[in-house]
Design a protein around this ligand. Structure first.
Ligand SMILES: [Fe+2]
Length: 334
């Protein structure tokens, strides 16, 4: 498909990616968000991310209590948390099982350096309220971020998320990777605790029985993101301010590089298929703006905070790394 303008690209993205919707306020979405009768819940919170001067990604996930092909979700953005001052009338989007009932809206035509509140409604159920902020322009004396990495559910609680969520004036949070870990509860022998799982039971953080083996399939990765998104601290930090994410290795498999990973062998099937599964789930479950239609591999991008700083987010794994040298290949160094 030839795409000649940014607007055409954005519309093409919205059409092809299903759960990704571009909201410009320039036209209606063609639906009133009517109730389909399926009972739903917002069990995984709300999130925002990738703020620019005039737009931000808004995210949520709907849990239907019975099988359904699609659902209509209404979304609203306001300058106050009671939603008296809507930026524009509510709009609707369609979500489906094809993208695990996740929704991402690239909400546009916002003001720079401004705080907004957002929420979603589906079949009469309204989500928690999220707060977000666009990038400032012009003279800027300070910006405040909370930075995270290596968030391993079975290895403890996400207190760092909970505490950061209490900071009222964060511009954004930055997650530098390992937002999830791909390990199961046990090594392949079924007895030896897998990496950092030895104390999971005492923490009350045992992986659920339908997702306690190493992640390989799309369903595996989706379920792991769903589990992490049940954590109250994780939901609190996402609701508090926008998050800017990049992956490290564990979003795919330990020590991942372009064509493989330390924690992948032939008995686990094709690495390229595993990688595609992992990256699709990543784009479904995190508030990151897709780079290009159908492209789940490109995540390097930049954010400019007024005249103060430029934040350059890099990929160091999937398109940025050849297979690592192994010490075992150099016995004289051992
Ligand atoms: Fe890590």
């Amino acid at each position: 498909m030839r795409i000649s303008t940014r607007r055409e690209f954005l519309i093409a993205s919205a059409l092809s990616m299903g759960a990704f919707v571009v909201s410009t306020g320039l036209g209606g979405c063609g639906s009133d968000g009517s109730d389909s009768g399926v009972k739903v819940a917002f069990n995984h919170g709300v999130a925002s991310g990738d703020p620019l001067h005039d737009r931000v990604i808004l995210w949520t996930r709907v849990t239907p209590n019975s099988a359904t092909d699609s659902l209509e979700v209404r979304f609203e953005v306001a300058t106050d948390d009671t939603f008296k001052n809507l930026v524009r009338p509510a709009e609707t989007a369609t979500i489906s099982a094809a993208h695990d009932y996740t929704l991402k809206v690239d909400f546009q035509n916002l003001q720079a350096g401004s705080t907004y509140f957002y929420r979603f409604t589906c079949n009469g159920v309204t989500s928690p309220v999220g707060r977000t902020k666009t990038l400032p322009q012009g003279a800027l004396s300070q910006a405040k971020f909370a930075v995270f990495s290596c968030s391993n559910y079975p290895n403890g609680h996400f207190n760092a998320y909970s505490e950061a969520a209490k900071i009222a004036d964060l511009d954004a949070t930055i997650h530098t990777g390992d937002y999830i870990y791909e390990y199961g509860m046990f090594e392949k022998d079924g007895v030896t605790p897998a990496y950092a799982t030895a104390h999971a039971a005492e923490y009350g953080r045992v992986l659920p029985s339908d997702n306690n083996t190493e992640l390989l399939t799309l369903e595996d990765y989706r379920k792991r993101y769903a589990l992490y998104h049940t954590d109250a601290g994780l939901q609190a930090i996402h609701a508090a301010c926008p998050m800017i994410v990049v992956w490290d290795d564990h979003e795919i498999a330990n020590d991942a590089y372009k064509t493989g990973a330390q924690n992948h062998d032939e008995s686990e099937g094709s690495f390229s298929e595993r990688k595609a599964n992992a990256l699709q789930a990543y784009f479904e479950w995190l508030p990151i703006r897709p780079y290009q239609e159908g492209n789940y591999e490109t995540i390097y991008r930049s954010f400019t905070y007024g005249d103060l700083l430029s934040l350059h987010m890099l990929d160091t794994r999937i398109i940025g790394r050849d297979q690592q040298l192994s010490y075992a290949d150099f016995p004289e160094l051992m």
